[in-house]
Design a protein around this ligand. Structure first.
Ligand code: ADP
Ligand code: MG
Length: 253
């Protein structure tokens, strides 16, 4: 198997006395696509935030290529460049053009030349079908287009791993598809990704491994076909039930 890129070892994450992650361990390998599912509030977003050092953990450790994610300013700056994150709310700067939104961090943080950053941004925009929007402002784009820009912005930093937190949750169905297609394309290119999503058929298609979290722990994990067709635990079965509907049986008039 490929090398371990991120090792999450027995982490405990608390907010005051609310224990959100309770001794969770997970290895993410180079080139692997891990999809994290679980009920609302089970700690999926918190897990992603711990991985990129936005949240400190109280116990256990997270290592990235063997180096501890410890929250110190210097290591965090280096880590943020290696860990790309895409959120539900695109977080684009409203007063900057699409191209400027994408090239800002590569130029500022990675000290790349404007010409170099622009060239790559344009290539990536072309790949997601948005080159003609490069001089537009975020408000002139649809939600799906903005989210594709947010993905390009993350890619332009050449991260070793991409974290996606419910990136299609606020989008209309046809826009969901255009964003998920971009992520499927990245999976084909062996990008390492950790994806939190409620799009179960997408999860099944993109994942190498599904992780089901409930009450702060991994309750079940496995290959998508096993998880979706033969969930082992009652909790996973109950969770998956929430995505299916029984045909309405009309009561007698
Ligand atoms: P999910 O993404 O699975 O819906 P979250 O990770 O957002 O769940 O939240 C898990 C739990 O942690 C929830 O009980 C939530 O209220 C709590 N939580 C998340 N972030 C914070 C925070 N910054 N301060 C206090 N509690 C938080
Ligand atoms: Mg969340």
């Amino acid at each position: 198997m490929a090398e371990v890129l991120i090792r999450i070892d027995q982490i405990v994450k608390r907010f005051d006395d609310n224990v959100v992650l309770n001794g969770l361990s997970l290895d993410i390998h180079e080139g692997e696509v891990v999809v994290v599912v679980g009920p609302s509030g089970c700690g999926k977003s918190t897990l992603l935030r711990c991985i990129n050092g936005l949240e400190p953990v109280q116990e256990g450790s997270i290592t990235f290529r063997g180096e501890k994610v410890d929250g110190k300013a210097k290591t965090i700056t280096a880590l943020r460049q290696k860990v790309g994150m895409v959120f539900q709310s695109y977080e684009l700067f409203p007063h900057k053009t699409i191209l400027d939104n994408i090239t800002l961090a590569p130029m500022k943080v990675q000290k790349r030349s404007k010409a170099d950053a622009r060239k790559e941004a344009e290539e990536l925009l072309d790949r997601v079908g948005l080159l003609d929007k490069k001089d537009s402002f975020p408000r002139q784009l649809s939600g799906g287009q903005k989210q594709r820009v947010a993905i390009v912005r993350a890619l332009c930093m050449h991260p070793d791993v991409l974290l996606f937190d419910e990136v299609t949750a606020a989008l209309d169905p046809e826009m969901v598809r255009e964003v998920l297609d971009v992520i499927l394309d990245l999976a084909k290119q062996w990008k390492t990704m950790v994806i939190v999503t409620h799009e179960m058929s997408f999860a099944r298609a993109v994942a190498d491994r599904i992780i089901f979290i409930d009450q702060g722990k991994i309750v079940e994990e496995g290959k998508p076909a096993d998880f979706f067709d033969h969930p082992q635990t009652e909790r996973a079965q109950a969770f998956l039930q929430t995505f299916t509907f029984d045909k309405v049986e009309k009561e007698p008039e």
